[in-house]
Design a binder for this molecule. Structure first.
Ligand SMILES: [Zn+2]
Ligand SMILES: [Zn+2]
Length: 95
């Protein structure tokens, strides 16, 4: 398959390719950043990618028993720009 989209990543803050990951198993389309390897979802308000799950979430889940399902604290709907983490992706790459 290899469906990818080019967008800013809220994990590594780079403009990168995001590959569609198991689209049928999850309610929202989950992508994986090819640069940092973490999982992303499309931001609710723009074309950038929001943080979904870290790439080692299964290990974290195993070591931290209180996370019983995939609803973890990284599961955001907003990109780093819209959740206020950074002012602007474009400005970051300028500097
Ligand atoms: Zn990334
Ligand atoms: Zn956004």
């Amino acid at each position: 398959m290899g469906i990818t989209r080019e967008s800013y990543c809220s994990w590594c803050f780079e403009y990168a390719s995001h590959e569609l990951h198991e689209p049928r198993k999850l309610r929202r389309h989950l992508y994986q950043c090819k640069r940092c390897g973490n999982f992303t979802v499309k931001c609710r308000y723009c074309r950038n990618m929001a943080r979904s799950l870290p790439n080692d979430w299964q290990e974290r889940q195993a070591s931290q028993g209180r996370f019983k399902n995939m609803k973890m604290k990284w599961n955001h709907e907003l990109c780093a720009e819209h959740d206020g983490t950074i002012a602007s992706f474009a400005h970051l790459s300028d500097t």
